[in-house]
Design a protein around this ligand. Structure first.
Ligand code: PLP
Length: 456
């Protein structure tokens, strides 16, 4: 459809929704290092993962050769409640910035849980139900993942326990209420309900918690109760489920013969970024494009920009397998930044490897005050009230568009708008009252986290 006017929103039909997920590992020249058993130092086996995760998810996790996985019909049917999601041409933002750049965003906030997390929540819950598990446990930071899981568990009628990072549960009572409305049980973390929670509380009284702490508690609870544990990011199968974002984006762009020059995603555990850029990064590996990929992280939790590429635990309690990833150390407890979903010490091993190998070109940090400034500007011109996490990508997309204004280039900029900010009004209120500040992370603070890295 060359020369055809590009609409404000490019929608695919339900028929055009992808029927398979893309596994980028099948196209990576080199695989990321394997997960290790912290006890033996040996690569983790299927049998060691099965007490924690559902069998089919373990198989997906360890598969490095199958390029495409069929999306089961039950999951595709559920996706139809809110997918395909629109690819929006940000005409209003372009006008506001007075830039020659063409800006697009893939909007994942069109479901009640409010973010992309539902794409993998429904998949993981489906496999749990199919396997006949008793119930699921998980952690949640911003609350988006817990909400998505509560929707998925309500749909498949499975009990759910959500360990919610304590600061988030205090900042976001309504998010907690939504999880409960869908039938999920919410436990602020660290809590007294697990051994690891009690230990973390004893060592850090008054801590607001972190995703790393909450993961430890959820894993402990799953093993203790004969439930299974589900993780909302980081793992390879999660990145694969999120590939639907990139596959739909590619199909929409191709309808109008649009070739992205820059693709941008915020990076917490790496799942939306890995999902958005996945298919494009696979093609870049094959020499079919030269897109500039940018990961955006908060200044207060700079896993890729200031972290080490090392083996580390995925949780603070040091109970999970070791992953080779960009990390600040499992002992790093980030300051209570409002982008709760980006407060994670590590990064997806796939995204880390792509970054290490130069396929993912760049990681950038932004401060929370500049993020909220960008978020408000965006909300006022584009209409959507963005999640603080997503607004990290908005900020960098705006920066890149302003660079185009200087150079006069009409680059195609595509970013992931992962979710809505309706439950983040405490943060917006703080910003509006001029009471938001930025936390400087010193080298000493980082060193404390690095000291917690396992000595292999
Ligand atoms: C709206 C939103 N965007 C982004 C993220 C970051 O997660 P990930 O890096 O796995 O996409 C989160 C995590 O909770 C989120 O809620």
């Amino acid at each position: 459809m060359k020369n055809k006017e590009i609409p404000y929103k490019i929608y695919l039909s339900e028929e055009e929704m992808p029927k398979q997920w893309y596994n980028i590992k099948a196209d990576m020249k080199e695989q990321h290092e394997p997960f290790l058993n912290p006890g033996t130092g040996q690569p983790i086996t299927r049998d060691e993962l099965r007490p924690i995760f559902c069998d089919e998810l373990v198989d997906q996790e360890l598969d490095t050769t199958t390029r495409y996985f069929d999306i089961p019909k039950e999951i595709r049917d559920f996706y139809k409640m809110y997918r395909p999601s629109p690819l929006v041409r940000a005409y209003f933002l372009e006008k506001y910035l007075d830039t020659p750049a063409h800006i697009y965003y893939k909007y994942e906030g069109t479901n009640t849980s409010g973010s992309h997390k539902l794409n993998t929540a429904i998949a993981q819950t489906y496999y749990a139900k199919k396997q006949g598990v008793k119930g699921l446990t998980t952690e949640t930071g911003a609350g988006q993942w817990g909400t998505a899981m509560s929707m998925a568990c309500a749909y498949f009628d499975l009990p759910l326990k959500v360990y919610m990072v304590k600061v988030s549960s205090e900042q976001k009572p309504y998010r907690k209420a939504v999880i409960q409305t869908y039938g999920g049980e919410v436990i602020p973390s660290p809590s007294e309900t697990t051994e690891i929670g009690r230990k973390i509380l004893a060592e850090n009284p008054g801590t607001g918690g972190s995703l790393g702490c909450a993961i430890s508690e959820a894993v402990e609870e799953a093993v203790k109760n004969n439930y299974k544990y589900v993780l909302g990011s980081v793992l390879d199968h999660v990145v694969m489920h999120q590939s639907i974002i990139g596959l739909e984006t590619k199909a929409a762009l191709e309808k109008y013969d649009i070739k992205p020059d820059i693709m941008i995603g915020c990076a917490g555990g790496g799942s939306n970024l890995g999902g958005l850029i996945g298919i494009f990064a696979g093609e870049k590996i094959q020499g079919k494009n030269d897109i500039h990929f940018i990961a955006v992280e908060p200044q207060s939790c700079p896993s890729m920009t200031r972290g080490k590429y090392a083996y580390d635990f995925c949780d603070t309690g040091k109970t999970t397998p070791l992953a080779k990833m960009y990390t600040l150390g499992a002992g790093f407890i980030p300051s209570p930044n409002h982008a709760g979903g980006l407060r994670y010490h590590g990064m997806s091993p796939i995204v880390s490897k792509l970054y290490h190998d130069g396929i993912l070109d760049e990681a950038r940090t932004v401060s929370q005050t500049e993020v909220f400034k960008a978020a408000e500007e965006f909300a006022r011109v584009e209409g959507i009230l963005p999640a603080p996490e997503s607004s990290h990508a908005i900020k960098v997309a705006m920066d890149e568009a302003l660079k185009c204004k200087e150079t006069g280039e009409a680059k195609n900029i595509v970013f992931g708008l992962t979710g809505t900010g309706y439950f983040d009004m405490t943060a917006y209120m703080q910003y509006n009252a001029g009471e938001m500040s930025d936390t400087e992370i010193t080298d000493e603070m980082l060193q404390k986290g690095f000291d917690s890295l396992p000595k292999l």
